[in-house]
Ligand binder design. Structure first.
Ligand SMILES: C[S@@+](CC[C@H](N)C(=O)[O-])C[C@H]1O[C@@H](n2cnc3c(N)ncnc32)[C@H](O)[C@@H]1O
Length: 247
């Protein structure tokens, strides 16, 4: 299996736990503040990014969908409102994140349309050719084995089905880069400490974004995992990107 630089970026380098367990524990510990910090740190921009990613599926009109690394379910909920598929399943390895997501589904009366299950992207508990479309927002960077996760998602896609990945990338503009680095290195971890009592989680955010394969590099990985008709779009001066591929 191919190894990538970010596979070894972990939340706590001193821990004996493998990356997957560290990531699950980290998200369990910040789950209660996750939605607030997402909106606050991105000044609400993440909602626009999510909408753009979901729009990549509008033409396909998917009925059966999977949201991988669903966390607190924001991507699944927005997808339901925008595309009204028959059913969305969200899977995640952090039960803390899923618990918050399930409460939101009850509040929004979306239980009949979306279900959130404990599940790992690297061993997806569904048969081959199950889903019309799969979304992953800010999840692939956290996988322990990126290639395995991408191959599993391809396995459970129906032929003709589409994967949409939304993930952070790095800006290219020299002037903007300075502001971006200051924000990611100091400001975001500072707010992470203040609001979620977890500076490490937001340090890990920056470290993993810095090491993650982006733009054409990520497209090449999608292609070698077996996806066809791949393409990407950058958003907000390149700090976020949408990647698509079909089966
Ligand atoms: C940054 S959060 C993104 C949550 C949600 N998709 C969103 O857009 O807000 C990353 C999520 O990926 C999950 N995750 C990491 N590795 C995973 C894996 N192998 N399988 C499933 N979920 C995973 C984490 O538990 C966490 O909830």
């Amino acid at each position: 299996m191919a190894k990538f630089a970010h596979d070894v970026i972990v939340p706590d380098a001193g821990s004996q736990l493998e990356k997957k367990d560290q990531v699950a524990h980290m998200f369990d510990s910040i789950a209660y503040r996750y939605d607030f910090l997402n909106r606050f740190l991105s000044a609400g921009t993440d909602v626009g990014w999510r909408k753009k990613a979901i729009n990549e599926l509008r033409q396909l009109q998917p009925e059966k969908m999977l949201d991988v690394a669903t966390g607190t379910g924001d991507m699944a909920i927005l997808t339901y409102h925008m595309l009204q598929p028959q059913h969305i399943t969200g899977i995640d390895i952090s039960n803390g994140m899923l618990d918050i997501g399930r409460k939101k589904l009850v509040e929004k009366q979306l239980n009949g349309h979306i279900e959130l299950l404990s599940g790992d992207s690297e061993t997806i508990n569904f048969p081959d050719h199950t889903f019309d479309a799969i979304t992953v927002a800010f999840g692939v960077r956290n996988f322990q084995h990126l290639e395995k996760g991408l191959q599993e998602m391809l396995r459970v896609l129906k032929p003709g089905g589409k994967l949409v990945v939304l993930e952070f990338s790095r800006p290219k503009n020299v002037l903007f880069k300075g502001v971006y680095n200051l924000y990611m290195n100091f400001i975001a971890p500072g707010f992470g400490k203040m609001f979620a009592k977890n500076k490490k989680a937001y340090r890990y955010l920056n470290d993993s974004v810095q090491a993650f394969p982006e733009r054409q590099d990520f497209i090449n990985i999608l292609k070698s995992a077996g996806y066809r008709d791949t393409y990407y779009k950058t958003l907000s001066l390149g700090i976020c990107s949408i990647y698509c591929g079909s089966k």
